[in-house]
Design a protein around this ligand. Structure first.
Ligand code: FE2
Length: 297
């Protein structure tokens, strides 16, 4: 954790502002959609790039913090371009977990450090990761590693219990013709096949692998809770070093960080290489394809 933190802090010090498209972040009310649609974002899949907190700018568009305290996240190719993050990604543990939840050909398609900076760390509204990393059928699983303690004070995750089984992936984040991004309704499968059954085997105790840290029980009452209004979010405070496995269908969120303490985490996402990944997705594979988490036998 300390090595990954040290590398991140160094990168935040070193990246130049001179060629950064900062103006993208100071344009009126629709800041987030303009930033996610721009070229700097859309072509970041095979680069290490730096994305600002929305609240790091004054009304006139100037940074209100030193740049190393103003970055929201760093992504999305740390897992290949950084030796440190590469070795933190392609591990025996992660391979075992991917096999246990049913992956046949797990591919790492993105990675990032999310900084959740002191005082200005932005909230992440409720969402499903498969909306942003859609495959048919859905297969995205997040590997989320706390580099620092994540608490209610600095914006830890919370999860809507049971929604990995009850919440279909109804919309997906896609590239728009002519530029930018938008959401469109999912026409393919809305629940995964292999990943769901793999998680169920673990929760039933019928899988040979045992991961005592995984939530052991599936809340049967959640089967009937389908609307966002009825979702009950469970706070997930974790210590630095904790690995959290996030199902692509589970609805989750995090609050703003108004505290004086940062909440750095490293996360990478895995999809099933045998699922369909089309050219609508905002993130397109590099020339060599998405990285194999492990080689098939
Ligand atoms: Fe997420």
């Amino acid at each position: 954790m300390s090595a990954l933190l040290a590398e991140t802090h160094q990168r935040l010090q070193d990246f130049p502002l001179s060629d950064h498209p900062m103006t993208k972040f100071s344009t009126g009310d629709n800041k987030s959609s303009s930033h996610v649609g721009d070229d700097y974002f859309l072509t970041s899949g095979d680069k290490i790039r730096f994305f600002f907190e929305e609240d790091a700018f004054s009304s006139t568009g100037n940074l209100t913090k030193p740049k190393h305290l103003a970055i929201n996240k760093v992504g999305h190719y740390l897992h290949e371009l950084s030796p440190g993050f590469r070795s933190a990604t392609f591990t025996d543990l992660h391979t075992s977990i991917a096999k246990a939840v049913g992956f046949r050909d797990p591919r790492v398609l993105q990675s990032m450090v999310i900084c959740k900076q002191p005082e200005i760390g932005g909230a992440v509204p409720p969402h499903q990761d498969s909306t942003f990393l859609y495959t048919n059928p859905p297969s995205a699983v997040g590997f989320w590693i706390a580099l620092e303690d994540a608490t209610v004070n600095n914006g830890c995750l919370s999860f809507a219990r049971g929604t990995h089984r009850t919440a279909p992936v109804k919309s997906r984040f896609v590239r728009k013709l002519g530029g930018g991004t938008t959401f469109e309704s999912v026409k393919g499968a809305q629940f995964p096949d292999n990943v769901t059954s793999g998680l169920k085997r673990i929760s039933d105790g019928t899988n040979s692998a045992t991961f005592s840290e995984l939530p052991s029980a599936v809340d049967e009452a959640a089967e009937t809770r389908n609307t966002a209004d009825e979702e009950q979010y469970v706070i997930a405070e974790v210590k630095a070093g904790t690995l959290v496995i996030i199902h692509g269908n589970v609805r989750h969120k995090s609050e703003r960080n108004l505290s004086g303490i940062s909440r750095f985490i490293y996360t990478f996402h895995v999809i099933e290489g045998e699922s369909e990944y089309d050219d609508k997705n905002w993130l397109q594979p590099p020339a060599r394809g998405f990285s194999e988490l492990y080689r098939k036998a």
